[in-house]
Design a protein around this ligand. Structure first.
Ligand SMILES: O=C(O)c1cccc(C(=O)CC[C@H]2O[C@@H](n3cnc4c(=O)[nH]cnc43)[C@H](O)[C@@H]2O)c1
Length: 234
């Protein structure tokens, strides 16, 4: 099994790499640097920091998937990973969340009656669902909660927006900015997809001082230290 892990920034990539290794940097087209891991202790895991937001995530993921296919060693699983906002109280600071649905929460149209997702406009898709057995196995190994993770292009900054999102997506556990973009590229290449987030802040009123990025990165390392055992058992 070959696994591609896609993060937004280098700090998240380094947190994932700290769970295993060693990793060797390899240049990809487009100025991306893929950190290539070994396969001696289980699945071969490569890690890429593709940039913040769904567009960068999709572009970087597609680049890495295409390069692997042209090399004759395609990835079978792509994991969007990093810090994220948690919807309190279901997803407190520092917890690990594994998505059972990766949903684009602001892909659609604003109407006088409210937001309409593209699926209600007659085209596209807004949700990708990983295999349930994979979600269960990874969540069990990582001590994670499972639920929908929302992909947004704008970080929520008010209680009203948080309430609007949870009303439209009951049970949503976390918000981030890359998962749906990673999933679109993975599905286009026939690969499985997962999203693993560790909660750095509460989704709601903007409060930079309340962000706990360090502990969330530490939790990310812990989650990826437990991941290979779950993947080997599948
Ligand atoms: O509101 C701000 O000033 C602010 C402060 C620090 C970071 C940001 C970001 O835009 C981080 C986006 C980056 O981190 C992920 N992330 C983490 N928490 C959230 C969230 O509550 N909502 C959406 N994304 C979040 C995201 O995946 C990006 O990679 C803003």
């Amino acid at each position: 099994m070959r696994v591609l892990v896609v993060t937004a920034v280098a700090a998240e990539r380094d947190a994932v790499c700290a769970a295993g290794g060693p990793y060797t940097p390899r240049a990809l087209p487009g100025g991306l640097a893929l950190h290539r891991g070994g396969a001696d202790t289980g699945p071969a895991v490569d890690v890429l920091a593709a940039g913040v937001g769904p567009a960068s995530a999709a572009a970087g993921t597609a680049t890495a998937l295409t390069a692997a296919t042209l090399d004759g060693a395609p990835y079978s699983l792509v994991i969007s990973a990093g810090i994220g906002g948690g919807f309190a109280p279901a997803a407190p600071l520092g917890c690990v969340v594994v998505a059972d649905a990766l949903t684009a929460a602001d892909l659609g149209a604003e109407t006088p009656e409210g937001f309409l997702p593209v699926t209600e406009l007659g085209f596209g898709t807004v949700t990708h669902r990983p295999g349930p057995a994979l979600v269960r196995a990874v969540a069990a190994a990582c001590g994670a909660r499972t639920g929908p993770v929302l992909t947004v292009s704008t970080v929520t900054g008010s209680a009203a927006r948080a309430a609007e999102l949870t009303a439209r997506h009951p049970g949503a556990l976390a918000e981030a900015m890359e998962g749906f973009g990673v999933a679109e590229a993975a599905v286009a290449h026939g690969a499985g997809v997962l999203e693993i987030r560790t909660v750095s802040n509460a989704v709601g009123p903007r409060d930079r001082a309340a962000w706990r990025i360090g502990p969330a990165l530490t939790a990310l390392t812990g989650a990826f230290a437990a991941l290979p055992a779950a993947l080997r058992a599948l």
